[in-house]
Design a protein around this ligand. Structure first.
Ligand SMILES: Cc1ncc(COP(=O)(O)O)c(C=O)c1O
Length: 460
């Protein structure tokens, strides 16, 4: 039955009887390479300067494991290394160790969150973790949620549900509002939903980077004068460039008065709102109809890990369910592949569940709080005579020498970033309000005060 062209049958699939010794050998070998790469980060830096990985495509015959392992090493050693303490560029922290195990378990199980019969325990896990988040966020018993591969998809699930709920699925006058500092992926969501650019209305922000309420009311009035029908307002809980938080309470009140769906993009800040950390407006998140929470961005749950929590789970069912005619479904069970855009889904919830269980609420707060403290330390010690700073209450800060125009900011940030990478600090270079900035994201648990002092020396 098997083909001779496969070079070593015993390494093909796990066996259903016997010891699976060959799999264990390969897992150990792989773990050793990964662990060595983590440890080598100190001397290699966050990102390889000379990237020498070349992709070899599949040939007529399979390659030996020795060849593959040398290619695996080359791939790994040409990768961005998030565990290096100088990795401060993006919302991509080091992976929690327990979460790495979660990914391994998910791959081993190879269960499918499409349907209960393909993931009986993991479907229950996903439902329970979403319920736990719903309660933590202050929603009622009707609430629930679904996991998706990243914040963009969770937001898209919410927008499709909101438009459906408003009965505007095919209406080209349907619009939704975001702040001008909201994430660029909303433009993608707009296109996917078959809408034009002018169906996405960007509301100006105030000096703190929060959605301006006067501007919001103005935009709402303009929409009604122009016959546009608003199906959602999106408030951002933690903007990408400076971590600003839109005024959820007031936006919630406006949505409530006008019967408009409030979606919160909490891709960055959502996880803070289940904690006791005292950050403005976090207690008001239960005013929303939906909220995206994206623990991959700060807690170190390995990518991808994102949840959409909705105040009424029936709305997701009504929006996305088509029935799965080829799947056997027990009476009281709902197939969770019918709660969003994705059909087949990996068991990503395992690593989130394990990560949350391992940390507990205290551990979660510790990780989040330490990120904020690092940003505050950096901000307090950056030369404010020299730099303009943009930050909010979270762990993100953007900065630029005062008085630069776009062209100057372009070359300064470009050169500075390259110099910093050579010194093993990787920070990002966002284009924001028509100038380039440097941005540091202090979500790396391995970064300590002495690293930040070193970075400050290179900047001040
Ligand atoms: C505020 C915000 N929303 C949404 C996204 C998109 O998330 P993802 O990259 O997981 O799709 C990002 C990404 O950084 C973000 O910062």
């Amino acid at each position: 039955m098997t083909s001779d062209s496969i070079n070593n049958q015993k390494y093909l699939f796990p066996t259903s009887c016997g010891s699976n010794e060959s799999l264990l050998i390969l897992l150990n070998r792989t773990s050793e390479i990964i662990c060595k790469w983590f440890s080598d980060a100190d001397k290699l830096g966050p990102i390889p300067i000379d990237r020498n990985f070349e992709c070899s495509v599949p040939g007529e015959y399979g390659k030996s494991l020795n060849v593959l392992f040398s290619e695996i090493e080359s791939l790994i050693y040409s990768s961005f290394n998030p565990v290096h303490p100088g990795s401060l560029a993006h919302l991509d922290p080091p992976p929690l160790i327990i979460s790495i195990l979660g990914d391994l378990i998910a791959a081993g199980l190879n269960n499918n969150l499409l349907a209960n019969e393909l993931s009986p325990s993991v479907s229950l896990l996903e439902e329970s973790i979403c319920k736990w988040f719903s309660i933590k966020l202050g929603f009622s018993d009707l609430a629930g949620g679904v996991a998706a591969s990243g914040g963009t998809l969770s937001n898209l699930n919410a927008l499709v549900a909101a438009r459906n709920f408003a009965g505007l699925e095919t209406d080209q006058n349907a619009v939704y509002l975001i702040s001008e500092d909201a994430h660029s992926s909303f433009e993608k969501c707009t296109r996917i939903m078959g809408l034009e650019k002018n169906n996405l209305i960007k509301v100006k922000t105030d000096k703190d980077g929060c959605m301006d309420l006067i501007e919001l009311n103005k935009s709402i009035d303009e929409c009604s004068n122009e016959g546009k029908k608003i199906f959602a307002i999106v408030a951002t809980l933690g903007t990408t460039v400076r971590g600003a938080i839109d005024p959820i309470h007031n936006i919630g009140r406006i949505c409530n008065d006008r019967n408009i769906w409030l979606h919160i993009d909490g891709s960055i800040g959502g996880i803070f709102s289940i904690t006791n950390l005292q950050i403005s407006d976090f207690i008001n998140v239960n005013l929303a109809n939906s909220i995206t929470i994206n623990p991959q961005k700060i807690l170190g749950i390995t990518k991808t890990s994102s949840l959409l929590i909705v105040s009424n789970i029936e709305i997701l069912k009504n929006t996305f369910s088509t029935g799965l005619p080829y799947v056997s479904t027990e009476n009281n069970l709902f197939n969770r592949g019918e709660l969003g855009i994705q059909g087949s889904r990996p068991a990503e919830i395992i690593k989130l569940w394990l990560g949350l269980r391992f940390l507990g609420m205290r551990g979660i707060e510790d990780v989040l709080n330490s990120s904020i403290e690092k940003r505050v330390f950096f901000e307090n010690n950056l030369d404010t005579e020299k730099y303009d700073l943009y930050s909010g209450p979270l762990h993100i800060i953007s900065f630029l020498p005062k008085g630069m125009n776009k062209k100057e900011s372009d070359s300064w940030t470009h050169n500075k970033r390259i110099n910093l990478i050579k010194k093993h600090f990787m920070i990002s270079r966002p284009l924001f309000k028509n100038r380039y900035y440097l941005r540091a994201v202090f979500g790396n648990y391995n970064t300590n005060e002495s690293h930040i002092n070193e970075l400050l020396k290179l900047l001040n």
